[in-house]
Design a protein around this ligand. Structure first.
Ligand SMILES: CC(C)(COP(=O)(O)OP(=O)(O)OC[C@H]1O[C@@H](n2cnc3c(N)ncnc32)[C@H](O)[C@@H]1OP(=O)(O)O)[C@@H](O)C(=O)NCCC(=O)NCCS
Length: 373
């Protein structure tokens, strides 16, 4: 059959928008937010400043940074009713399920029917509280309420553990690494929802549902499962042989755009190798990387951001089922920036499928339907 349209499964190589938010160079292995290299941003910036950059397009001056910092710090608390609901959720609910559901419910508490930066900031401020409250509720611990005198990531770690751990600046920088990455699956899902002129809560609910999948943000949790299963670096080769012989993908490797080292993975690996103490899982991960690079040289499969991020979160004693929520806590900035940018020249997304089913069948009443076998 001659097709009038090309089918691009997974939209590989298709551009759906023109954007000035970030540039992902998959050949050189470079990532740039609004013109600034990711390496410079993690070296010099913090969550609040980079969020401002991504939302507004330029680095903030002092007043602007104070503005965004104070907006984010004042909106952290959740409505009482929502806390009550969370306390009654099944304790085995996955943190991503809880996050997706509470973000959706928060939409009922907003007065805005359409997407606004105010709602984007409101949700960005509240997502860490949802995650931390769920951690405390799940573990039968008293809630630790947010403080408005702490920075975004310090406050998150404080709400989780009641104290701010050493090296918390690395956690903050890891959020910068996850904030934005062009038209990835969850950002695309967010943009599709935005293109219908829906509200920010619906946009972010869509995005969280998409991020949750193991081929996207859910990979970071699976990487730790894999490292747990491998147990020692001596067992890496056999483990990989078994995966590869069953045609299973190796979590934390491969990327649609990066056909070289993902710069975010390189940065995370450098931080982990520079720690003074031995970091759990790191030696096994390095061995996995070495073996995968050898075996998949021709396919250009390299570690992606999810390969080393979980090892860092584990270092901060964050349980692995919470890893993808931390990805969401950072990526909301990119999701909302893309949604707002796209809507400036909005056109609703409406691709098509090419029908290859039957036509002109005769309708049969239910009693006449016969099924073979
Ligand atoms: C990220 C990902 C979904 C990209 O998918 P994609 O662009 O559609 O790439 P493909 O799945 O078409 O992969 C191309 C080839 O590399 C192989 N490949 C890709 N990632 C692989 C991996 N992690 N392990 C083993 N093989 C992999 C594919 O099997 C395919 O081989 P083939 O050409 O012989 O069929 C994919 O690499 C993957 O599933 N990775 C594991 C999950 C993960 O880490 N996700 C986080 C991404 S940030």
């Amino acid at each position: 059959m001659k097709l009038d349209y090309d089918v691009k499964y997974g939209l590989e190589g298709v551009a759906v928008a023109i954007s000035s938010i970030s540039c992902v160079d998959g050949v050189k292995g470079e990532l740039v937010y609004r013109g600034f290299k990711i390496e410079d941003l993690v070296e010099n910036s913090n969550f609040e400043e980079t969020a401002y950059l991504i939302w507004f397009g330029n680095l903030p001056n002092e007043n602007e940074l104070d503005f965004i910092t104070s907006m984010l710090s004042k909106k952290r608390e959740l409505p009482e009713n929502i806390i009550y609901m969370m306390e009654n959720f099944p304790k085995n609910a996955h943190p991503m399920e809880v996050l997706r559901s509470i973000v959706s419910i928060l939409g009922m508490y907003s007065n805005n029917d359409n997407s606004t930066l105010e709602d984007a900031i409101n949700l960005t401020a509240k997502i860490p509280t949802i995650i931390a409250y769920w951690y405390r509720i799940k573990n039968n611990l008293d809630l630790i309420h947010p403080r408005d005198d702490l920075k975004h990531s310090e406050n998150f770690l404080y709400m989780l553990f009641g104290e701010i751990p050493e090296k918390s600046e690395l956690f903050d920088k890891s959020l910068i690494l996850h904030m934005e990455q062009g038209m990835n699956a969850s950002t695309f899902a967010a943009t599709v929802t935005a293109s219908t002129l829906s509200d920010v809560y619906s946009i972010i609910t869509t995005a969280i549902g998409t991020l949750k999948g193991p081929l996207h943000g859910g990979a970071n949790e699976r990487v730790l499962n894999m490292l747990d299963e491998i147990k020692t670096k001596e067992k890496v080769e056999n483990y990989l042989n078994s995966l590869i012989s069953r045609n299973k993908k190796i979590m934390g490797f491969g990327h649609r755009i990066y056909k070289t080292y993902d710069p975010r993975a390189l940065i995370l690996k450098k931080w982990l190798s520079n720690m003074n103490e031995k970091v759990k899982y790191f030696d096994i991960a390095v061995k996995v990387e070495e073996e995968v690079l050898k075996r998949f040289e021709s396919k250009k499969i390299y570690p992606n951001v999810d390969f080393y991020s979980g090892i860092l979160y584990n270092y901060f004693k964050i349980p692995k089922e919470f890893f993808t929520t931390i990805f969401a806590m950072a990526r909301i900035v990119g999701w909302t920036a893309h949604a707002m940018e796209y809507c400036k020249n909005n056109r609703i997304f409406r691709p098509r499928t090419i029908y290859n089913g039957p036509k002109n069948l005769d309708y049969k009443k239910v009693k006449e339907v016969e099924r073979n076998g």
